[in-house]
Ligand binder design. Structure first.
Ligand code: SF4
Length: 499
């Protein structure tokens, strides 16, 4: 068991004569016998004390005035010997504990000075019933239809949502899967979210689609094959980027793409370069000059289509315009698939060795593809009762967050706060320390959250002033038991340029 923090005062109540403690850190209200842990394993009864089984996580700034956070131990290399280097420490919510019911002040209300301003950070682990993850998978392969159900361990945990530029998108979790289905669906949804947020690999099956293995910050594995390249752009964009490099080496270039297939001679880029028409006619629906939709069905073939024979998208060559010897290059948007042909006397494409100048441009397409990754963004509603751990008047916190007076971080990582009502936050889990997420069996996800604001503003919004503890006291108390994590984020107390 990790180094522990006695939380009896905050969350526990002794019951009976057998040393049983009732944990009241969440609505489950476990009765925990000595030597045992509660249902979520986050709390345990150690010799009659209710302890949080994971240590508090502290991070320290690289240098005075610098912007980054570093692991505590790394920073100690330049340590000046002061055991309570308070101003450069940040108390994250990881290991802080939760409060329930929420009218209690958050577990830590920390005061510190930053650049001459008295600052307060309210630190907690929040229980989120309204939460989920958005997963971005850098691939143009067809993994399933939009809105198709996604299953984990055979249970419905989410769906495919709108594809983005070069990426497929999944929406997983949410209150409906956590609470609106059978109990098992809620449990598996919670497990899936927690594993993804803790950067573990998770297997997902899309209805009538692919089997995925997703791990935050790692290449996705689609139907057993690790994806390597994110496409350089759509077919039309690829034509725009490389037209000049192809010019003079090919009479026609087709960039095959599931969404927008580009045809160089017809495209504005080819026109501006003065390329002459080639009489090529391809399948699909013409959108604008040199840009075609629906040239094939989606799939695992060239450019996210089901095409394995690229010539099959060519309907014909107009004999009045095309000519024998015409040079044709076909490529996918990643450069992983390519073909060079010349037309024979009957205007039939004949595959040939690709000339070096064209091969170099195909190689450059590959060079311009970024590595394919799976990105996991945790998204949750922090506008509910957890605000009562900050202030008696919760709407003032909401307004303060919206007006950017109060900064929101999760485990020290910057959170994007959605405009509009509530405090709907989104954070990249790879910017958070490892094992930052937990769960309670209600079921709901437990995630760290920190609100930072000037002390005067904290008082103005009805904050729990009486619960404030100086940072130096907390650092002194926990520096030996704290967990020290590697992360690089803007210093949470510093107002960001984008704010
Ligand atoms: S599930 Fe965890 S937090 Fe909730 S009461 Fe039990 S031990 Fe405490």
């Amino acid at each position: 068991m990790a180094k522990t923090i006695d939380r009896t005062e905050l969350f526990g109540a002794r019951e009976g004569s057998h040393g049983i403690i009732r944990c009241d850190a969440c609505p489950v209200l476990c009765r925990i016998r000595p030597g045992r842990a509660g249902a979520c394993t986050r709390y345990a009864n150690e010799d009659g004390r209710l302890i949080r089984t994971d240590p508090l996580v502290l991070s320290e700034r690289i240098a005075h005035g610098g912007g980054d956070m570093v692991p505590f131990l790394e920073a100690e290399l330049d340590w000046n010997g002061n055991p309570v280097a308070g101003p450069d420490m940040f108390v994250t919510g990881i290991g802080a504990g939760t409060t329930y019911p929420d009218y209690k002040p958050a577990p830590f209300v920390v005061s510190s000075q930053f650049e001459g301003v008295d600052t307060v950070t309210i630190v907690s682990e929040a229980i989120f019933s309204y939460c989920g993850v958005k997963v971005k998978i850098d691939t143009d392969r067809h993994i399933g239809d939009e809105t198709a159900a996604i299953h984990a361990k055979g249970l419905h945990v989410g769906h495919i949502t709108t594809a983005e530029y070069g990426s497929q998108m999944l929406s997983l979790g949410g209150v409906r899967h956590l609470t609106g289905g059978a109990k098992k669906e809620g449990v598996v949804t919670c497990e899936t979210l927690m594993a993804l947020c803790n950067k573990e690999a998770v297997e997902l099956q899309i209805e009538d689609g692919s089997k995925l293995i997703i791990e935050a910050g790692r290449p996705p594995i689609i139907d057993g094959i690790e994806e390597r390249r994110m496409r350089v752009g759509c077919g039309s964009a690829a034509i725009g980027i490389f037209a000049q490099q192809w010019f003079g080496h090919a009479d026609e270039v087709i960039v095959l793409d599931d969404h927008i297939t580009g045809v160089l001679s017809e495209h504005q880029a080819g026109k501006v370069l003065g390329m002459k028409p080639t009489g090529i006619r391809i399948r699909g629906r013409k959108s604008t000059a040199g840009r075609y939709f629906q040239v094939a069905a989606p799939g695992h073939g060239w450019g996210g289509t089901d095409i394995t024979d690229p010539l099959s998208i060519i309907e014909t060559f107009d004999a009045r315009i095309a000519w024998p010897g015409m040079r044709l290059l076909m490529t996918s948007t990643t450069g992983e698939d390519s073909l060079y042909c010349e037309l024979d006397e009957t205007l039939t494409p004949v595959e040939m060795a690709m000339p070096d100048p064209l091969a170099q441009v195909v190689e450059r397409i590959g060079e311009n593809c970024e590595p394919s990754l799976a990105t996991v963004m945790f998204m949750a509603g922090a506008g509910g009762s957890l605000r009562a751990g900050v202030t008696d008047n919760p709407v003032k916190l909401t307004r303060s967050v919206r007006e950017r007076m109060t900064r929101v971080t999760l485990g020290g990582a910057p959170a994007y706060v959605w405009p509009g009502g509530g405090i709907t936050v989104m954070v990249d889990v790879t910017r958070m320390p490892d094992r930052a997420f937990g769960y309670v069996p209600t079921p709901a996800i437990v995630a760290p959250i920190e609100f930072t604001l000037p002390r005067n503003d904290f008082a103005d919004l009805g904050g729990h002033i009486g619960a404030i503890t100086p940072l130096s006291d907390i650092v002194a108390e926990f520096k030996d038991s704290a967990r020290h994590e590697t992360q690089r984020n803007p210093w949470p107390l510093r107002k960001q340029v984008t704010e």
